[in-house]
Design a protein. Structure first.
Length: 56
């Protein structure tokens, strides 16, 4: 598996957090205290974020 740079990681988390903020359903069980950034980070840690990095 290719290692992501800190910039790619930040971009993926921010893109997923924006999706969640705009109403996309979370892919994990969430609690009331979780904000969209925490949810996106948990999804990333579990490897279930539906986003990919394409390097050119």
């Amino acid at each position: 598996m290719v290692q992501l740079t800190k910039y790619e990681y930040a971009r993926i988390i921010s893109a997923r957090a924006l999706q969640l903020e705009m109403g996309a359903p979370p892919l994990i069980h969430v609690t009331v205290d979780d904000d969209v950034i925490k949810i996106a980070m948990k999804e990333f840690d579990k490897g279930i974020i539906p986003l990919a990095v394409v390097r050119q």
